[in-house]
Design a binder for this molecule. Structure first.
Ligand code: CA
Length: 236
């Protein structure tokens, strides 16, 4: 369940194709914009900062690879190329230009949606601002993702790797609400098989270690009936 509608830009001059893509993505709750050439695509990306871009290789005027280079000046959002089967050279050029994945025409809409979701998920988790921060600094709390250390009021706090992962995930969400299931899937790297108490217990331990008053948390907030989020007021 997403609380924010993510924006996807589809760059494709064949209307039947862009309509199908748009239909399936909208069905998944995405906000979809269509550009039928590279000029509009770049203009849109500059103004609207889409969360992901589907980019056809064969476009009138500038081709997809050139458009990708232009887009990369503006955004780090995932770019998925649309290409025809067997165009190996195009794929290589596309990756070199900064593309993240390929959707080969004719594609299955479900596979297309799955690929977009996979790219988007990774981007939003690891690369929220376009540059993955290695250190999160909040009043009284510092999380060093690289070193795997958490400092509270200048003192390094020993945390388990699961606790660190939970904390980093929440902090990277910038106030996004995570369900217990999402947290479980991401941190335990397996589909949730059901005991939400695992997450609750770890959050409670984490709070005990980092919160000044664990019964009135400042960093990790409870979203009743859903899960947890990092206190969004701490992001300036
Ligand atoms: Ca085309």
């Amino acid at each position: 369940m997403e609380l924010v509608k993510h924006r996807i830009l589809v760059v494709e001059d064949e209307h039947e194709i862009s309509e199908v893509i748009s239909l399936y993505l909208q069905r998944e709750g995405y906000d979809v914009q269509i550009a039928d050439n590279g000029v509009f695509a770049v203009e849109f990306a500059r103004k609207e900062q889409p969360d992901a871009i589907i980019l056809d290789i064969e476009l009138p005027g500038k081709d997809g690879v050139e458009v990708c280079r232009d887009l990369r000046q503006l955004t780090h959002a995932p770019i998925l190329f649309l290409t025809c089967r067997g165009e190996e050279a195009d794929k290589i050029k596309g990756f070199e230009a900064g593309g993240d994945d390929y959707i080969v025409k004719p594609f299955s809409p479900r596979e297309m949606v799955a690929r977009v979701q996979a790219q988007l998920r990774r981007y939003l988790l690891l690369n929220n601002t376009g540059v993955s921060p290695q250190i999160f600094s909040f009043p009284g709390l510092e999380i060093d993702v690289q070193q795997n250390t958490v400092t509270v009021d200048g003192v390094v706090i020993p945390l388990s790797s699961k606790e660190v992962r939970l904390l980093v995930l929440l902090a990277q969400g910038k106030g996004k609400t995570f369900s217990l299931e999402e947290l479980f899937t991401e941190v335990w790297k397996s589909p949730s098989l059901g005991d939400p108490r695992t997450v609750i217990v770890h959050i409670s331990n984490l709070r005990r270690k980092i919160e000044r008053d664990p019964s009135d948390p400042f960093y990790i907030l409870t979203v009743r009936g859903i899960g947890y989020k990092f206190n969004e007021s701490l992001y300036v």
